[in-house]
Design a protein around this ligand. Structure first.
Ligand SMILES: [Zn+2]
Length: 132
C-alpha cells in the first residue's frame, strides 16, 4: 500500500471508532481533512478511553503508519456492531454507519454534506421517494 492509501484507511478506522462513540455524520464527514491534533481533540470530546487516544496520539509520532492501521483495526474488531461504508446517492460523499445488527433492513438518513434524505434498504442506499 502506498502512503496515501494507508492514511485514508487509518482515517476510515478512526471514523468507525468515532461513529461508535456517537459522533455526528457531520464530524465523520470531516475526518478525512482533520489533523491528528484535531482528531485527538474530537475523540476526547466524544469521551474516548485513554487507550484509543494513545493509539491515535502515536500516529505520525512513535508508531509507523502500518502499525497504527493494524492497531486501530484490532481495536474496532473488538466491537460486535457492524459498520457500513455507504455513499450518498445524491452527492456521492462517503460516510460510515454503525448498527448493532447484521443487515440494515431500512434506515432513513440525512446526508451531512448535501442535507438531502436517503434510505438505506437491505444495505444499499437509495434516494428517498415517498410522498404523503
Ligand atoms: Zn449527499
Amino acid at each position: 500500500m502506498d502512503a496515501q492509501t494507508v492514511d485514508s484507511q487509518i482515517r476510515f478506522e478512526i471514523a468507525i471508532a468515532m461513529a461508535r462513540l456517537g459522533a455526528t455524520d457531520e464530524l465523520l464527514s470531516r475526518v478525512s481533512s482533520l489533523s491528528v491534533a484535531q482528531i485527538s481533540e474530537e475523540l476526547k470530546g466524544l469521551g474516548a478511553v485513554p487507550m484509543l487516544l494513545g493509539i491515535v496520539g502515536s500516529w505520525g509520532d512513535t508508531l509507523a503508519d502500518d502499525e497504527i492501521l493494524e492497531t486501530l483495526r484490532d481495536w474496532n474488531q473488538k466491537s460486535e456492531e457492524r459498520v457500513w461504508r455507504i455513499t450518498c446517492p445524491h452527492c456521492s460523499i462517503e460516510m460510515v454507519l454503525v448498527f448493532a445488527m447484521d443487515t440494515i433492513v431500512m434506515a432513513r438518513r440525512e446526508c451531512p454534506s448535501c442535507n438531502k434524505e436517503f434510505l438505506v434498504v437491505n444495505d444499499r442506499t437509495q434516494i428517498a421517494e415517498w410522498r404523503f
